[in-house]
Write a protein that binds this ligand. Structure first.
Ligand code: EPU
Length: 416
């Protein structure tokens, strides 16, 4: 079993360059199969979630070339196949093949998706959306079967602004006959990225990035091209690393508006952030003021940064309150922060941090992707050696995390 070994409390400086967004590319790759010709994606991160989706493309008989962050997908020989359990359960985003294959073939067989264990994570909004567009849905053991004679545009209201449901319905509706409106749509930047990609193929989508998305169905989608947006959660994670241990640490390739909620909270804590064109320079302050954080949908504070930012809350001078509102079970990191010396009380989805508490190196577990990022940040801050187990979760979403941190001065390595 691979482990991450970190000898902590080392200053971080130099530059960390942000990769393409995991939660963007995992939707863009399934969206690619909607093109009848083929697509090119730039800035594609080399993470294990990308590889898992390429394995699904291989199953569907797409020809793929992936080199130097450029991914070319030839869809001309695409075939509809059952998405096998072993492939579907490797990641959450396998579910985007539901919408994409339904639009392409009017028929999909796909096993239940996987993903981090952070709550029950139902997909009822996706399914209700497909039904409104005219699909029938059956559950056969661990497998979904979707079928339709023809998808037709519909007005779809989401009870909650779900990222996954918004994208999946957009994928299904793009070739449906007539107009679709998604109300209370999610507004995350990854949704805009997917809509731009589909529009580059000839789709007619307007309103992405607002709470009402309109889609006018088209018959064919041609060649497409897209730059994957920078990963705002990866950027946020390294900005937090800078707030914890940075001396003029430069985080480059960032779209600042995508992490505005985090930056504003860090400033409230007293962290010095200098802005340059597409870069941020972060310095650790002498002291951190305590703050309160509540996770919300975009542009609110992202749930995916809740676990990473927890390390900073352990260092604040006083009581900080953190509330998770998106998932019911995203507190897997807390017991390991406590093991490292943090003083935290948890009540359901709220965690109360009493700081500052020095952290000491310990053997811990990455219980999920962002809990793993939290453990890395804790390890970088702690005195002594931190050993992180189950690091495959981390490698699913952070490209070259070890090299990036080593280049910034961290003492971190993978033990095979
Ligand atoms: N929900 C439902 N029914 C649905 C869909 C969602 O009840 O049909 C609930 C979920 O259970 C959850 C909430 O709505 O409580 C939000 O879920 P959403 O659909 O927005 O999340 P997601 O699409 O499953 C994506 C990211 C997550 C990120 C969330 C929120 C991907 C592959 N995953 O998940 O990323 O936390 O949006 O921004 O894009 C991560 O990167 O660590 C991660 C978990």
């Amino acid at each position: 079993m691979k482990q991450l070994i970190i000898n902590g409390n080392k200053q971080l400086s130099g530059e960390i360059k942000i990769s393409g967004a995991k939660n963007g590319v995992v939707a863009l790759i399934p969206a690619a199969i909607l093109s009848d010709e083929g697509v090119t994606l730039y800035n594609v991160p080399n993470i294990s979630d990308t590889k898992s989706l390429l394995d699904i493309l291989d199953l569907l008989n797409c020809n793929v070339e992936y080199k130097d962050e450029v991914l070319k997908i030839d869809t001309k020989q695409l075939e509809n196949k059952v998405i096998k359990e072993e492939l579907a359960k490797r990641l959450r985003a396998s579910y985007y093949f539901m919408g994409a294959l339904l639009a392409k073939f009017n028929y999909v067989e796909i096993y239940f998706p996987g993903g981090c264990n952070i709550g029950s994570r139902p997909i009822d909004y996706h399914i209700n959306g497909f039904k409104k567009l005219g699909a029938e849905v059956e559950i056969d053991g661990n497998k979904y079967v979707f079928k339709t004679k023809k998808l037709k545009g519909a007005d779809i209201y989401l009870d909650f602004a779900s990222v996954g449901a918004t994208i999946n319905i957009m994928l299904a509706a793009v070739k449906a006959e007539g107009k679709t409106t998604i109300s209370n749509a999610a507004k995350e930047p990854e949704i805009v990225n997917v809509a731009s990609f589909l529009n580059s193929m000839g789709a007619k989508i307007t309103g992405a990035g607002t709470s009402e998305i309109k889609i006018e169905g088209v018959k064919h989608l041609k060649k497409g091209v897209i730059d994957v947006i920078p990963d705002r959660i990866e950027a946020g994670t390294y900005v937090i690393a800078g707030a914890l241990m940075g001396k003029d640490l430069k985080i480059s390739g960032v779209i600042e508006e995508h992490i505005e909620a985090l930056l504003s909270k860090l400033k409230e804590m007293g962290v010095e952030i200098k802005k340059e064109k597409k870069s941020l320079i972060i310095n650790k302050p002498k002291k951190y003021k305590p703050i309160n954080i509540k996770t919300l949908v975009f542009p609110g504070f992202p749930t995916d940064l809740g676990q990473p930012v927890s390390v900073l809350l352990t260092q604040a001078d006083g009581v900080s309150i953190f509330e998770e509102t998106i998932y019911e079970n995203r507190m897997g990191h807390i017991k390991y922060l406590q093991k490292m010396g943090a003083n935290i009380r948890v009540n359901d989805r709220t965690a109360i941090f009493m700081g500052p508490t020095p952290l000491k190196g310990e053997e811990v577990v990455a219980t999920d992707l962002r809990a793993g990022a939290c453990m890395v940040l804790a390890g970088l801050t702690a005195k002594g050696t931190t050993i992180i187990n189950e690091i495959d979760h981390i490698l699913r979403g952070y490209e070259n995390i070890v090299e990036k941190l080593q280049n910034a001065g961290a003492d971190i390595r993978i033990k095979e």
